[in-house]
Design a protein around this ligand. Sequence first.
Ligand code: GDP
Length: 439
Amino acid sequence: MSDTIFAVATGRGKSGLSVVRVSGPDAAAALESFQIRSLIPRRASLRRLMARDGGVIDEAVCLWFPAPASFTGEDTLEFHCHGALSVVSLMLELLGQIPGFRLAQPGEFSRRALDNGRLDLASAEGLSDLIDSETEQQRRQAIRQLMGGLSREVDGWRAELIGVLALFEAELDFSDEGDVDTGVLHEAGARLTRLRDQMASILAAGIRGERVREGIIVVLAGAPNAGKSTLLNALAQRDVAIVSPIPGTTRDIVEARLDLGGYPVTVLDTAGLRTSSDIVEQEGVKRMLARAAVADIVLWLQRADELQAGLPAELEDVTGIVIPVVTQIDRAPAGGDGIAISALTGEGMSQLFSVLGELSTRLAGSGGESALLTRARHREAVAEALESIDRALGILHSTGTELVVEEVRIAMRAVARVTGHVGVEHVLDQLFSQFCIGK
Ligand code: GDP
């Protein structure tokens, strides 16, 4: 028997309403404790919550969801109280006094939903992503995953792999020598090929889903005083970086998060590229190069009055897209290649925004539909399954059936990891620890 857990499901601080949620085998004890007469399941009822001493705690809308038809699959109660700190803290204190009740840990309601089969792992990740989503594309991608977009696809693959296994097993049961009829081999081959093509097309979206989830990384690179901090502020339209005329002010990394056409973009301002004797600044330059190396986009800034030809050697190895930007064009006429801007007067800024917007759509968009694979672990599992299917197809007509069956089993286990049907305990612990309390 598990504990009965409770928590505030809404945000912290003063608000009109706060939802206090209770879930577990003894949830009904909270009704008794607050002297609430029986509630009709799933119907909102306005009730007075009474303390033991006869005082009224609050007037609240109460909801009763008996197991198993609740979010967690357990008996669940929701109190929609007034969002006063005083009300909420008294509620939590009184609930904590009920035997068998304790405060929920982060993500514990969702974890129980998963344990009780109300959510699978991919949907729980979708829920976590939805709560964290800031932009429209993040919301779309997360809600799709929460509603089972990825799970349905993966369950379909798994069912198909089971179907292929069943083909072989039926054959092996009936043939003495372990021979498989060529008709069966052809059918298995056709089905595996179709499956491989489906998986490959989903995998082809690559890391787009991860970019939507984690944000597209834009690194501002350039010599000290090129105007990186000023540009960051202009992009963020608020002051996030310290701007100063003394070279080397930005030693660490400062970031601004932008929403470009629904795609999340994180712009990182970094230490200027130059050889410095200052240890702290050297460290900053090192970090800048490390970030630039993994950035999706590097904006290479050069002052209009200090233009040099070609990229600096340090930026030659970056894998992202390098966009030259000529800055401070209000000081000197814009020459050279690149987007010409003045962060001070705003000239050229709309062009820069639109180039960044287009690049973001190209890097993270997948033709209108949101990507199905949104985490590295999804991509790795599908790639592993795909490799096994390829190996199975490669040996289908040449070796014994056992090896083929084994590859199909490996593929099945790999796809089952996506929805959490096998071997994902560590993923669960990590995921739920990132949830907020009350979810
Ligand atoms: P960083 O070292 O690359 O981050 O450069 P900063 O953003 O700190 O800018 C260096 C100096 O150039 C500061 O004095 C800024 O005020 C100035 N500056 C930056 N952008 C512009 C611009 O577009 N026009 C003018 N006139 N000055 C600028």
